[in-house]
Design a protein around this ligand. Structure first.
Ligand code: ZN
Ligand code: ZN
Length: 177
């Protein structure tokens, strides 16, 4: 259902429920539990996010739609329509700090979930993207090994793993914490 967030149940952004969606009134079996920048309904189904109904009805009518993730550090070559789809029609994910989507090949990447060191280790490109981020922030290189091996899928700090839909490159961001 979501190109940029293929399995929201696996990532923890959606959980099972037997209650009906507060917007559409349909029992869908799963409800969204990730962030909502807007009015949070009791129960929100994924169909209402996919259709854009949730963005339209949970925001300020005529002023601003609701969003499910922030548009931060969006590269210039990414079309505005992609950013709209990511922020308004794609389930977001919970993070300790503000976490935005990652982009590659002029498109948004697919969010695969939280990742600890064991999840990142098989993807050297993802580890490298973290290393470059850290260097940009001026962290001493020798602290990187310690940092990357301390990443914990269920704890803090954690990393967020993405995969480019075009070239298949794995990318990672992390909570600054
Ligand atoms: Zn619904
Ligand atoms: Zn790519």
């Amino acid at each position: 259902m979501f190109r940029y967030h293929p399995d929201p149940v696996a990532t923890g952004s959606a959980v099972a429920t037997d209650e009906a969606c507060s917007l559409c009134g349909v029992e869908r079996g799963v409800r969204y539990v990730g962030p909502v920048y807007g009015d949070r309904p009791d129960i929100l189904c994924l169909h209402c996010i996919a259709s854009g109904e949730a963005a339209k009805r949970l925001g300020a009518p005529g002023v601003m739609p609701a969003m499910f993730s922030d548009a931060i550090h969006v590269p210039d070559d990414v079309p505005a329509g992609v950013v709209d789809e990511v922020t308004m029609r794609t389930p977001g994910f919970s993070s300790w700090q503000q976490a935005g989507w990652l982009y590659h090949c002029a498109d948004a990447a697919a969010f695969l979930g939280n990742a600890g060191y064991a999840d990142l280790a098989p993807h050297p490109a993802a580890v490298e993207s973290l290393r470059q981020d850290r260097e940009r922030l001026g962290w001493p290189a020798e602290q990187f090994e310690e940092f990357v091996t301390s990443l914990d899928k269920d704890g803090e700090p954690t990393a967020y793993l993405f995969r480019c839909l075009h070239c298949g490159t794995y990318l990672a961001s992390w909570d600054i914490g």
